[in-house]
Structures are given as C-alpha cells and as structure tokens.
Design a protein around this ligand. Sequence first.
Ligand SMILES: Nc1ncnc2c1ncn2[C@@H]1O[C@H](COP(=O)(O)OP(=O)(O)O)[C@@H](O)[C@H]1O
Ligand SMILES: [Mg+2]
Length: 467
Amino acid sequence: MKFRTKIIILTTTVVAMVGLLMMLSIRGTIINAFRGELEKKAISIAGNLSDRIADLIPLEDNFQITQAFNEVLIKEKDLEYIFVTDEKGSLFTHTFDDGPPEDLLSWNPLTGKEMNVQLLETEKGYIRDVGVKVFNNTKAELHVGIREDSLRDTLNSMRSITLPIIGFVILMGMIASIFLSRLVTEPLNKFVDFTKVLGRGEFGKKVEVSSGDEIGELADSFNNLSMELKTVKEKMEEAYTYTHLLQAEKLSSIGQISAGLAHELKNPLAALKMLFQAYKDQPDMTAEDAEVITGEIEKIDNILTRFLGFVKDKGTNFSNVNLNNLIDRVLNLATFDIQSRNIQVHRDMLETLPLVYADWALLEQVFLNLVLNAIEAMPEGGEIRISGKTDESFVEVMVWDRGSGIPDEMKKKILDPFFTTKETGTGLGLSIAYNIVKTHGGRLYFSSSEKMGTVFTVRLPRGSMDG
Ligand SMILES: Nc1ncnc2c1ncn2[C@@H]1O[C@H](COP(=O)(O)OP(=O)(O)O)[C@@H](O)[C@H]1O
Ligand SMILES: [Mg+2]
C-alpha cells in the first residue's frame, strides 16, 4: 500500500472515531438532562395532584378524583397512568382503561417514605413511576407513570441533524488528509526518485526540496552525501587509471629488459652445456667440475631472482631506501641494453647520500625508465652520467645523456600520458615517473637542448622514518 493511501485511511479513521465519540457523549448528556427534567416534572405533577385530591379521599368522592386525573392526563401527554390508594392501602381510583394490572401495588411501594421514583421496564418502553404520600401516617399514596416518548422524538430529531454534520466532518477530514498526505509524500517521492538516481551511480546531483523543517535538513544531508560520493568516485577512478597505466608501463619495461635476461642467461647455460657434454663423453666428474656447475647454477639463480624481484608487484611498501643501491639495481637490470648499444655509464654519486623514505619498487620504475630513455636517445651509443648530491632537505639524482635532445615544441608534451616518439613506446614512462616522484613529495624536471643531450632530475625529500 502506498504511503499516501495509508495516511488518508489513518486520518479518516481518526476523524470518524472522534465524530462518533462526540455524538455518543452528546447523546448521553442529552438523555441524562432529559430524564432529570422528566423526573422533576412527574414529581411536581404528583405533588400538585395529591394536594388537590387530599380532601376528596376521606369523602370517597370518586367522581371528582377521576375528573381531576383526567384533566391532568389530557394536559400532560407524557403521562401513562395515575392511581391513588386509600388510607388502608387498597387501590382507590385509577386511569387504566382495561382495568388495573394485578401487581400494580408492588411496582413502587413507598414503605414509609414521603416520595419515591422507580424506573419500570414495560412493553411501552421505560416508564417512571413517581409515588407521593397523600396523608402522613396513612397508606394513601398517589402514583403517576410518565413515559419517555418525547425523549425518543428528541433523539430522533437530534440524529437527523448530527448525522449529516458528522458526515460533513468526515468528508472535511478526508479532504484535509489528502492535502496533508500530498504535503508529506511529494518530497518523499522526490527522495525515492533521488535514491534511484544515486543507485544508477549519478553522483553529484541534488534533490530539489527546499523547506525549513526536518525534510529540508534531510535533503541537505542527502545532497552532501551525493557530493561526497562524487568525490570518492572520482578519486577511485583516478586511482584505477593510475594503477592500470603503471602496470602497462611496467609490462613494457619488462618486455624491454627480458631481452637482456635471455642474453644474460646465455653464458651460464652455454657453460653448463659444455660441462655436461664433456661428462657424457667421460663420465667421471672431478670436484672442480662439480664446483663449476654449482657456480653456473648460482649465476642463473641470481639472474632469475633479480628479474623476478622487478616483476613481482608487491603493492606500495615504504621503507628507508639507499639510492646508491637502487641505482645499482637499475643499471643491473639494464645491463644488456647498455652493453649491446655500446653505452658507457659514469657514476658520480656521493657515497654518503642520505636515505629517503620511499617505495623501492616505484623508484626503481622511475629510474629504469629514465635510464632506458637515455639509452634510446643514443642509438649510436654514447655516455650516460648519473650523479647524486644532497642539500639540507633534498636528495637529487640526475640522469644525463648526450643524445638527440628534446625539441622545444615537444618539451611541453613529453610528460603527458601516451606521448611518445618511439615506434614501440607507450608514452607512459615519464608521466608515471612524474606522478611517483610527486607522491613522494618530490619533483621531477628536465633540461634539454637539441644535439647536446638531456638531463632529468629527480628531487626527493631526504630523511628516513626514524629521523
Ligand atoms: N632522454 C631523452 N632524450 C630525448 N627524448 C626523450 C628522453 N626521454 C624522453 N624523451 C621523449 O619523451 C617521450 C616520452 O617518454 P616516455 O614517457 O618515457 O615514453 P616512451 O619512452 O614510451 O616513449 C619519448 O618518446 C621521447 O620522445
Ligand atoms: Mg620511456
């Protein structure tokens, strides 16, 4: 059931109940007041009549008493009967057309009281019998019976007035509840629609509800939520693309250095092959031979471990990094390219370069790309210089080459993702390097002139975790 229907049903029921209770309590009040009046009237009639006939009873003037009774009966439409008993308590005169009921005297005996009212339930409805003493100290009593006919008439006419009123009130209540429910459900519907919008992932939109009450507050917090979701989503997308690009560039570097790996493995494998060949021809192995074999296997193992170390993705992992060791590793990974392209590497790094707090694997990727770029800028071979120095707060490592240089019109673009001038390039190396250095709180910049060469500088904040 819709929220709105519920509100309407609820309000209408409440209004109807209130109307009904009101009618019942009004009815009760009217009945009580009416009965009170009726009783007073009967008592006064009985009193007057008893005064009037008091003298006639001892005279046994039946005729005059009957006349007096009839006069009153004609005047008072509510009266059902009148009767009177004599001093001894026997029925004296009455107005029952078909003779007095047998148990008449037991209806409301006064038994010593001056006056008594008794409610009788008869075929003609409720009748109030009011009995009064005619003489003190005798059994002469006068009784009048008064009906509630006019009460029924009054109640009937009241019903014909109140029922339409109650109907009207209920109708008004329904109309009011329809308006009320619209007031509440309209913004609620907007909220429901809005959650659907959020569910579709359309963050950053706003729900258009403006009011100064709780609903307005709810709208504000909904809108804040929407904005926060938008920021989180953007951040996540950014991170997602970044990790993906990082991975792509890494795969590219792996491709590049695995050629070197194959080459490096060639020598120890060739040595092993020779030894085993010899062993086949002459199957007695000397201790020397065994040592050589172990040595060659160790070499292979080392090469593979080094390579696997680079391939493995360990996730971000900050520690104190010695940049001298890191450059050793990078040059090691690039050994094949360096040798096969006839490159001389000159290291000019301070032995006491301070530690930096960094992610080893990420920095490895930065420097590997700078070194590979430098090699690729010198297809005919040449010199790479790597220098490292420090000042109070930073450590700087520079990678120099005497290659082709970067034309001025290209300088603005080389840090952009996917900008490459190489046939098999990804164009990601520098943009990733730039971001890695930035997240380490450092800077990456370069200077280059055509034909003279290029220098890339990586500037990182010095200092290890423990000071
Ligand atoms: N040392 C360098 N000398 C000359 N040009 C360079 C050097 N380093 C980078 N570049 C230029 O910047 C471009 C982008 O480099 P990079 O982002 O590493 O991508 P990729 O190496 O895949 O091309 C290169 O294609 C090249 O044109
Ligand atoms: Mg590159």
